[in-house]
Design a protein around this ligand. Structure first.
Ligand SMILES: CC(C)(COP(=O)(O)OP(=O)(O)OC[C@H]1O[C@@H](n2cnc3c(N)ncnc32)[C@H](O)[C@@H]1OP(=O)(O)O)[C@@H](O)C(=O)NCCC(=O)NCCS
Length: 485
């Protein structure tokens, strides 16, 4: 039966392996042993069973992402040292999996490490200023040689198809070409950068044709000018400009260190504006430059830019197929600032919520209560007016159930239907996750289906924790909803 399911499996072998392994049933253990103390083998079977169940649960949770990524365009930017590291061997099956799931992949790569090694070998040198190499003849020779080798390495690995490996029968078509037109970077502060170039044009129509035919497009850090010259280009620039030209759904950079906030905690998600503020605080110039590319790409239409750690071999799949991800997500602000509320917003929030309180859609909140709770609120402000708000109540210390509450979700009637409430709620859910909350609950009288459509499940009011049950207003008869984070 298993082999039959195997032949029907439409996903890449790694998924099939998870599915085909199947759970170990505890009764299998009891049948074969009289002892009540489980042996090591039995324990490992239970562990296997649990991990298979977890894998299956994860697979189910990944379903919406699998659907969303079919046909999506993703541009990856890999640093040169990744191609030489063990991570490359993990990444290749992951790229294969993405391609099998219908993701249109552009894989850009840098060659800094390879060029340095080549120059060293030839006893040549070239200087790097602010992350940009001064490409002399020797360095250009190095990059063209290294680009050819790297391309051959990608092509050979993506052609693998040995049985009993995640790459079984998975051969993929790869293409590369003169997709990037370049021009000289020129002379800066008196330094002639010689064969170093900058992206002049990305030939996006040709790229799209190749992607639509199912090819993975490889982008080396090189470009060609109208004069027929070759140029060394920064791979981050090539990838960001390509993502912009393709209006890609995602641009993914692999970095040595993820960005951190002023407390030294890794930034999991930030808008382009927030990232701009954080960029200068990073103690790593290469990261700062990558962040600037990420911000530019966001502002020029790339919906999501991800920074993933080079030290995490599961980073790519974790980021794409799990709710929490593992790297840093940078998104563009779509309209106006979504920000934490301050006491100056109290009047604006009152103007927004009063009509809904009169209709009974929202519970009554006095000005005094709002002033006390203002730190829990986030608002969308447009030209000085609060047009949407929501609040999160989560007390990590005194909350053994790790249950947070979202409240007061409201959008001004003139600005509804454009995803503002969805953004606010998603933002608060992320905040609750970062506070290690496990569940989020909320009460609603008139927006039940809005929450159900966003993964909330109705719960009986009696099932709320006691302190919340006591505060529950029976007269309002609100429905209670919960969502596991
Ligand atoms: C519910 C509410 C917050 C949605 O705000 P919004 O910014 O328009 O929400 P989004 O743009 O993210 O979502 C719009 C979608 O939700 C749907 N929707 C709006 N109100 C809804 C409701 N009460 N019930 C079910 N669906 C609703 C819209 O039809 C639209 O559907 P579509 O995407 O298929 O076109 C807004 O209608 C509101 O302020 N209602 C009054 C306050 C309230 O009831 N708050 C909830 C309790 S805390």
């Amino acid at each position: 039966m298993r082999s039959k399911r195997g032949s029907e499996c439409v996903f890449a072998p790694v998924f099939c392996q998870i599915l085909l392994a199947g759970p170990v049933i505890p009764s299998m253990i009891e049948d074969n042993n009289d002892s009540v103390v489980p042996t090591d083998t039995q324990l490992s079977m239970v562990d296997d069973s649990k991990s298979h169940d977890l894998a299956i649960q994860w697979f189910r949770e990944a379903s919406p992402y699998i659907k969303a990524y079919r046909g999506a365009t993703v541009v990856l930017c890999l640093p040169g040292d990744l191609i030489e590291s063990d991570l490359f061997n993990t990444l290749i099956p992951d790229l294969t999996l993405l391609s099998h799931l219908g993701v249109q992949l552009v894989v850009g790569f840098g060659l800094r490490a390879q060029i340095d090694a080549y120059l060293n070998n030839e006893q040549e040198t070239s200087t790097v200023i602010d992350g940009r190499r001064v490409t002399n003849d020797a360095a250009l020779n190095a990059i063209l040689t290294a680009a050819g080798k790297a391309r051959a390495k990608f092509e050979s690995r993506l052609s693998m198809g040995l049985p009993n490996t995640p790459m079984a029968g998975a051969r993929l078509s790869v293409c590369s070409g003169n997709f990037i037109s370049a021009q000289p970077y020129g002379v800066h502060n008196g330094v002639d950068y010689e064969h170093t170039g900058t992206v002049r044009q990305v030939h996006s129509n040709e790229l799209r044709t190749h992607l639509a035919s199912g090819n993975i497009v490889l982008l080396p850090p090189t470009g060609y000018s109208l004069t027929g010259d070759s140029f060394n280009l920064p791979s981050e620039e090539v990838c960001a400009e390509t993502a912009i030209a393709l209006n890609a759904d995602k641009l993914i950079f692999f970095v040595e260190k993820l960005p951190v906030d002023s407390d030294g905690a890794v930034v999991r998600e930030a808008s382009a504006n927030t990232m701009e503020r954080l960029a200068s605080q990073q103690n790593n110039e290469a990261l700062m430059r990558t962040i600037q590319r990420a911000i530019k790409a966001c502002r020029k239409g790339v919906a999501r830019v991800h920074l993933l750690s080079l030290s995490d071999s599961n980073a790519l799949l974790r980021e794409l197929f799990t709710r929490d991800g593992g790297g840093t997500l940078v998104t563009a602000e779509r309209w106006e600032n979504l920000r934490a509320a301050t006491v100056q917003d109290v009047n604006g929030i009152i103007n927004l919520i009063e009509p809904q309180q009169e209709k009974g859609s929202l519970a009554l909140r006095t000005r005094e209560q709002l002033e006390i709770d203002i730190d829990h609120f986030v608002v969308c402000e447009r030209e000085g007016m609060v047009i949407a708000c929501a609040a999160l109540f989560a007390e990590p210390e005194s909350n053994p159930d790790r249950l947070a509450e979202i409240a007061c979700v409201v959008t001004h009637p003139d600005y509804r239907g454009q995803g503002r409430a969805a953004d606010l709620v998603a933002h608060l859910e992320n905040k609750a996750r970062s506070l290690h909350m496990k569940t989020v609950m909320l009460l609603s009288t008139n927006a039940a289906h809005w929450f159900i459509e966003r993964g909330y499940i109705e719960q009986a009011p009696e099932d709320m924790p006691t302190p919340r049950k006591i505060a529950y207003d029976n007269k309002r008869n609100s429905k209670v909803f919960v969502k596991q984070l």
